[in-house]
Design a binder for this molecule. Structure first.
Ligand SMILES: [Zn+2]
Ligand SMILES: [Zn+2]
Length: 206
């Protein structure tokens, strides 16, 4: 390769590197019991929201080490996202676990102490959990059930978009209707939110 060719070659790669932004790659890890069509629906929602490449993997059993029976049988969401991050294939930027089982975590105050009453918050049932920022999140369909399947599926999509938003570094948002609003322990907040990011949240992850 002569000098001119070499410069053209380098320039080519430099320009390509600048213009083509790689889409993020998300792996969906269903745990046993999760219906395939629900995983696929969530995959579509994440593709649309984050212009991501999404792959649904084969389902696996829930890790026994994450199981607790403090109040009722549950899997600890904080353990699940740790396992998901550890086992994440390098080909994925993010991994989203999906389960039909109830999941929980310990609700804490800003200073790290357990929110009171501790009997209530030490093992608090939740819809989903994601590190902020981080590479893994988990969503449970257990507390999202609704007699109307459409409502149920919309809830699932919204929680998945929300938790992945946390992975991307998005904090809770005060914009009414934004999917990144804090659910503040109410399912109604999720039902009233859009299944999309507000313009401010969108901009901050561009
Ligand atoms: Zn949140
Ligand atoms: Zn927002």
């Amino acid at each position: 390769m002569n000098k001119r060719n070499a410069i053209a070659f380098i320039l080519f790669f430099f320009l390509c590197g600048c213009t083509s932004k790689h889409p993020i790659k998300i792996g969906i890890q269903p745990y046993e019991g999760m219906k395939r069509n629900l995983s696929d629906t969530i995959a579509d929602a994440l593709r649309q929201t984050y212009q991501a490449e999404v792959e649904v993997m084969k389902s696996i059993p829930l890790p026994g080490k994450a199981f607790v029976n403090t109040k009722t049988p549950r899997y600890r969401a904080d353990s699940l996202i740790r396992f998901l991050a550890t086992d994440k294939a390098d080909s994925f930027d993010y991994i989203l676990g999906l389960t039909t089982y109830d999941i929980s975590f310990t609700k804490k105050n800003a200073d790290g102490s357990i929110k009171k009453p501790a009997s209530r918050y030490a093992d608090w049932g939740i819809f989903g959990l994601g590190d902020m920022p981080g590479s893994s999140c988990v969503v449970s369909s257990y507390r999202l059930q609704h007699p109307d399947q459409k409502v149920f599926i919309n809830r699932l999509k919204k929680v998945a978009i929300h938790e992945l938003g946390h992975n991307l570094g998005l904090p809770h948002c005060n914009t009414k209707g934004c999917v990144m609003q804090d659910a503040v322990e109410r399912i109604q907040t999720i039902d009233q939110a859009n299944a999309s990011l507000c313009s401010t949240c969108k901009k901050s992850i561009e």
